[in-house]
Design a protein around this ligand. Structure first.
Ligand SMILES: [Ca+2]
Length: 422
């Protein structure tokens, strides 16, 4: 929202009157680049180059602002750095610990903690030919991490749960707050409107290198009205709450006596006790022909066929849980973690050697593609990830987002330290 409002202040002309939110722009660029790559590969599979590693979500805000897609000149080719995910992930070494003696908090699962291999490696060329998925540069190298045991919500926070929080506290989310004129001197009054960014696909095929075609800033969009003022969440009480900025998620967690997971906690939990797997459930995208997560099928962006039951967002806990009983750790909506985002954090931990114990994330954020934005790590991918190009529901891969920006494919779940309820 901050970025959005800054753009409003600058009164930059943009398509749709909208898409002025940097975080959403990053998502869109991610999708746009992925779609571009997919179309390139499909048009000439045999000669198409691999997309540069990290390309799908690591583009700069300058490109997003201008609506132009520019290749990252520093990106390496996938083939030059590819490693086998299965071989790169050593055995977890996780030593399960006993849960606290107190009863499990409502709706939470105990994660035993222990040591594991964190991050993702590129698939081999043969493996990529099946699903075309790519780990990203910021998710490497695989490094050893230890986390203490903790409780975690089995599902993403739902609309019903968030409504109880709002009813109890009167909390107003970032997307619902009207920008103050004094904070944005010179901004036209008509631009000082609360809202959020919504996936708004066209009904026809569009150039896939133009993310402005499918993301739009919608006045009045927020968690109560996920698609804009004429929409609501009636009948969707069991869907993940969306349009949640980081401070909204923290406010909820604090009220609930919980906190947001660190990125390490999130990945340990999402792996479900498995080691070195591409997905939370194993190495294959489907099991016995069945979709294991809410993702995107069909021609992006205008034709989500919903082969997995859902064209767009779906309710929580409608796909099989992972080994720890957690639902939707891949797909449906992205989830906030408490770590600041830096693309080199894994490299720093690996360089330090040994096992990183309960890593809290870097001390400060830095994204070279948008150096003035403060971003935290997102995990899990969303209903907009596809098996053709979006790698971000691979369990070891990362996303990122500016802290004041929510969208309609971003939510969260909470954790609780092990001794909290005992
Ligand atoms: Ca779907």
């Amino acid at each position: 929202m901050k970025a959005d409002r800054r753009l409003k202040k600058e009164n930059k002309p943009t398509p749709h009157r909208a898409f002025k939110t940097i975080g959403a722009a990053a998502f869109a660029v991610c999708l746009g680049l992925g779609a571009w790559w997919y179309s390139t590969v499909q048009s000439d599979r045999s000669s198409a180059p691999d997309p540069p590693v990290g390309m799908t979500c690591d583009m700069g805000i300058s490109a997003a602002k201008s609506g132009r897609v520019q290749a990252d000149p520093s990106a390496q080719s996938t083939s030059s750095v590819s490693r086998s995910a299965s071989s790169a992930n050593a055995s977890s070494g996780a030593v399960p610990s006993s849960p606290p003696t107190a009863p499990a908090p409502d709706g939470m699962a105990w994660i035993p903690g222990g040591e594991f291999s964190m991050g993702a490696a590129d698939l081999t060329e043969d493996e990529m030919s099946d699903v075309g998925m790519h780990a990203t540069r910021d998710s490497r190298p695989i490094h050893r991490v230890y986390v203490d045991g903790f409780w975690i919500d089995k599902t993403e926070v739902t609309n019903a749960q968030f409504a109880r929080f709002v009813d109890a506290t009167g909390y107003v989310t970032v997307a619902e707050r009207t920008p103050r004129a004094e904070d944005f001197p010179g901004a036209p009054p008509e631009n000082l409107v609360a809202g959020s960014v919504v996936f708004s696909p066209p009904d026809h095929s569009v150039p896939l290198n133009d993310h402005f075609q499918w993301w739009a800033y919608i006045d009045g969009a927020n968690w109560r009205h996920p698609l804009g003022p004429t929409s609501d969440v009636k009948g969707r009480e069991n869907y993940p709450v969306v349009h949640i900025a980081y401070e909204d998620a923290v406010a909820y967690a604090t009220w609930a006596g919980k906190r947001l997971p660190t990125e390490a906690e999130w990945e340990f939990a999402a792996r479900g006790g498995l080691s070195g797997k591409v997905y939370p459930w194993g190495d294959e995208l489907k099991i016995s022909g069945k979709w294991m997560a809410n993702s995107y099928q069909g021609h992006f962006p205008q034709q989500d066929t919903g082969e997995d039951q859902y064209a767009g967002i779906g309710p929580v806990a409608n796909f099989p849980p992972n080994g720890y009983g957690l639902y939707d750790v891949a797909g449906n909506v992205w989830e906030w973690t408490s770590d600041w985002y830096r693309p080199d954090y894994y490299a720093r931990l690996a360089m330090a050697g040994g096992v990183a114990r309960n890593p809290p994330g870097p001390d400060s954020p830095f994204d070279p593609s948008e150096p003035n934005e403060k971003k935290r790590v997102h995990r899990g991918g969303s209903f907009l990830c596809t098996d053709q190009y979006c790698s971000r529901y691979m369990v070891g891969t990362r996303g990122k987002g500016e802290v004041s920006t929510g969208t309609n494919h971003l939510g969260f779940r909470c954790v609780m330290s092990s001794g909290k309820n005992s």
